[in-house]
Write a protein that binds this ligand. Structure first.
Ligand code: MG
Length: 378
């Protein structure tokens, strides 16, 4: 039987890879809805080639010329309709940023299983998404490579017992830059990740390790772990994608060459494993794998994220919002690399702490944090 997929965020780095996986196994998968933020030529091309039943753009604007049989709509309502598309068996959420939270809540409340590549939805709203998924009896399938690795080590059981989750971190593009040179690095240098090809925002988040802090919070929500049961270890080669330690001292790791196709495909085919476009791992030619402790002085954003992970409530939501503003400003050449952490810290210090009790409240926190962070740019 074909699995029908609604793909939210089809034009981004992950979205394009989801399409590749779906096209590799046309007898197994069908893309029934496509959604993107602003569209452009690529979205029109995707809709023309795939011919989903429904295509949606989140921003208002002109109509799109679509082939016969495709319904097209745009605006917030259209985006929500794609996220809860009645004809879909699974909603693949591949948008970046806070927009993923609304997408995840729409999908879950419509009773859809969710393949979740958007980490911000759990960072900002894990305290409402996970209970909503529980209540609706739907699955949340991790796509982030570390969380997919943990899920695989837990034999695809998010509720299996463990003693520790160990996330690996590459350290990003600037890991060998001397500390005193960090204020002067350019966006281009921060975007030159040694192991992974990803979107700009997440690549900068790897260089600050804000991304790893997000992933600690994501792991806490996905696997019901308190902060003290999630550990981060530096691992330069990005071959061990994460590990799970068990009560008896056994530790399982998931290894492969870095490729997002593996976790993307597995979220769709699990518990089955099918051929993917990943080269066989050659340990002998790798020779050695390296591990060390994170240096918090080099990665102040990571330290801030760990503090937010402990505190919870709407603080991780504010962290995400301030981070989005600061990273955008860095990419636009408005601020120095080291000011990303300063802007986040400042923003968090000025906001009241509130429990993350509803989407509406988180939306307020998100907007307030963005306002404060933007104020720091002037
Ligand atoms: Mg990751």
């Amino acid at each position: 039987m074909q699995k029908k997929i609604a793909l939210i965020g089809s034009t981004g780095s992950i979205g394009r890879q989801v399409i590749r996986v779906a096209e590799r196994y046309p007898d197994r998968f069908r893309l029934v809805a496509l959604a993107a933020n602003t569209g452009g030529g690529l979205f029109a091309e995707q809709v023309g080639g795939i011919r989903p039943a429904f295509a949606a753009l989140r921003t208002e604007g002109d109509a799109l010329a679509v082939p016969a049989g495709v319904r097209f709509a745009r605006g917030e309502g259209a985006f929500e309709e794609a996220c809860s598309f009645p004809g879909a068996d699974i909603v693949f959420i591949a948008v970046t940023g806070f927009a993923g939270l609304k997408a995840a809540l729409c999908a879950v409340r419509a009773g859809k299983d969710v393949a979740l590549a958007n980490k911000e939805s759990l960072v900002a709203g894990g305290e409402i998404v996970m209970p909503a998924a529980e209540k609706a009896g739907v699955k949340i399938l991790p796509v982030d490579s570390e969380h997919s690795a943990l899920w695989q080590c837990l034999a695809f059981d998010r509720k299996a017992p463990f003693s520790k989750l160990i996330l690996t971190a590459s350290g990003g593009a600037l890991r060998d830059v001397p500390l005193k040179k960090l204020p002067y690095v350019t966006a281009k240098e921060a975007l030159a990740h040694p192991n992974w090809q990803m979107g700009a925002k997440i690549t900068v988040d790897c260089a600050t390790m804000l991304n790893k802090g997000f992933e600690v919070i994501e792991a806490m929500h996905l696997y019901g772990a308190p902060p003290e049961k999630v550990e981060v270890v530096m691992h330069r080669e990005s071959v061990v994608h994460s590990l799970v330690a068990f009560e008896d001292g056994a530790v399982l790791a998931q290894m492969s060459y870095p490729s997002m196709e593996l976790p993307i495909q597995l979220a769709l085919t699990y518990p089955m494993r099918l051929r993917a476009n990943v080269a066989p791992l050659d340990l002998a030619s790798l020779g050695a794998l390296h591990f060390s402790s994170p240096d918090l002085a080099r990665y102040p954003c990571f330290a801030l994220a760990l503090a937010c992970a402990k505190e919870g409530g709407d603080l991780p939501c504010a962290l995400n919002a301030a981070g989005e503003v600061a990273v955008r400003a860095f990419l636009d050449g408005q601020i120095k690399f080291t000011q990303i952490a300063e802007i986040i810290e400042d923003t968090l210090g000025k906001l009241p702490r509130r429990p993350a009790e509803s989407y509406a409240l988180l939306e307020e926190t998100d907007a307030a944090a963005r306002r404060l962070a933007r104020g720091r740019l002037r």
